[in-house]
Design a binder for this molecule. Structure first.
Ligand SMILES: [Zn+2]
Ligand SMILES: [Zn+2]
Length: 402
């Protein structure tokens, strides 16, 4: 599909900015309410209830309970046109918050440490503004409030539930508040933005015995160590050096005593890459290496290997729309940077595999205010000034999409 975008909107951009900035206090209030009540994947009921309450208050048509806690809202403008979807994830993480702020998490052991509370607030602000100003834009906007981004993934079940149909969505945009970029910068990149995420778990059966009599055993620790070392050669020797990839063994458990040779060893890890053709390649190499080393030691193994999320691949045309819009919002060409590729993963990729779209990073770090901890850190927090910037980028994308 080829998209044509309206180059010069007939509306007063300064007025839009003023209107959106006047929402800032509400955006902060909503974000802090959600922040105080973080919920894990597929359990975002309080969050969903809050979203539904706001949509009802603003007379916005919506459906709840999609893929357990997901919500889809639809706003029609006064004129016909294409359908653009805006996606926001809703879930928190199993982390104990260490921030001493008035809006600190009230749920022990749970925290919005990735900024999804802000994503919900930005989507709500965008929905509110678009519903109040239907004369300013054309077509239809569909809001997708998605559960369980942090795992096991809510995008796929929402697609399976039909959220991209009726009406059919032409393109999708989404953002991530991003503490790897300072407030005032936006990371927009065509093509691969975030990596595919695959996982594995492996158990090795050797033969245990006395630490002083190794000839009577098959040492699961020696076999497992050789596997961990050999797995490093996949990225170093098998993957094209121009293609980025990661193989990380994050867990290794074996042994019970210093004078006992371990009977079994268990390891687990994660694989990341951008190029879709590496999808079957790296997993196959991992299996071959494990099988080969186990065979050479007469040991047995069991390997579980699964794909969690595909890579996040942005469509060039929708990316160009977001890039030009972001340039106007941050008001400096240096504010929009392409250097934002990360080996982190995101299940926004499932939407982008179905329809064209763009996922982008909205800089939210402010070291001067002590707001620069990385995502998933117990002291993670972001500069809330980014909230109205996010709304402004979404609103202007909607206005220029048709
Ligand atoms: Zn996260
Ligand atoms: Zn996230």
């Amino acid at each position: 599909m080829v998209f044509t975008f309206s180059a010069s909107p007939s509306i007063d951009l300064r007025q839009i900015r003023l209107d959106i900035r006047s929402l800032q206090a509400d955006l902060v209030a909503w974000r802090r309410l959600i922040h105080q009540k973080p919920e894990l994947g597929f359990k975002e009921q309080i969050t969903a209830d809050f979203i539904a309450e706001k949509l009802t208050e603003w007379n916005i048509e919506h459906q709840t309970g999609i893929a357990k806690t997901g919500i889809v809202a639809i706003i029609h403008s006064d004129r016909p046109g294409k359908v653009l979807a805006i996606r926001a994830d809703m879930d928190a993480l199993p982390i104990q918050e260490e921030n001493e702020v008035p809006y600190r998490s009230l749920h022990d052991g749970k925290m919005h440490a990735c900024g999804h509370d802000g994503h919900v607030a930005i989507a709500l602000g965008t929905a509110y503004y678009l519903a109040q100003n239907r004369q300013n834009w054309s077509g239809t906007v569909k809001f997708i409030f998605q559960p369980a981004e942090e795992g096991p993934g809510g995008a796929k079940p929402m697609i399976e539930a039909g959220v991209l149909k009726n009406p059919d969505v032409d393109a999708i945009i989404g953002l991530h508040l991003w503490n790897n970029l300072p407030l005032g910068q936006v990371g927009v990149r065509s093509g691969a933005l975030m990596a595919a995420v695959e996982c594995f778990r492996c158990k090795i059966w050797g033969q245990g015995g006395h630490g002083a009599m190794p000839h009577q055993t098959k040492d699961a620790i020696v076999i497992g160590s050789q596997i961990v070392n050999a797995l490093q050669t996949i990225v170093a020797r098998n993957v094209n050096p121009l293609d980025a990839a990661v193989v990380t063994v994050g867990e290794f458990h074996a042994g019970t005593a210093l004078n006992v040779i371990a009977d079994t060893a268990q390891m687990s890890g994660t694989v990341r890459y951008f190029q879709p053709q590496l999808e079957s390649f790296i997993g196959q190499r991992i299996e071959n290496i494990i099988a080969g080393i186990c065979q050479s030691h007469d040991a047995k193994y069991e390997l579980d290997y699964w794909q969690l999320y595909p890579p996040v691949i942005n469509n060039p045309q929708i990316t160009e729309l977001v890039r030009s819009v972001a340039m106007n919002v941050v008001e400096t060409p240096l504010g929009v940077v392409p250097e934002c590729q990360t080996m982190g993963g995101e299940d926004m990729s499932f939407f982008l595999n179905e329809i064209p779209g763009c996922f982008f990073f909205l800089g939210a770090a402010n070291p001067e205010k002590g707001l620069a901890y990385p995502h998933h850190h117990p002291r993670f927090d972001f500069d809330e000034t980014a909230l109205s910037m996010g709304v402004e980028i979404f609103v202007r994308c909607v206005e220029q999409f048709n």
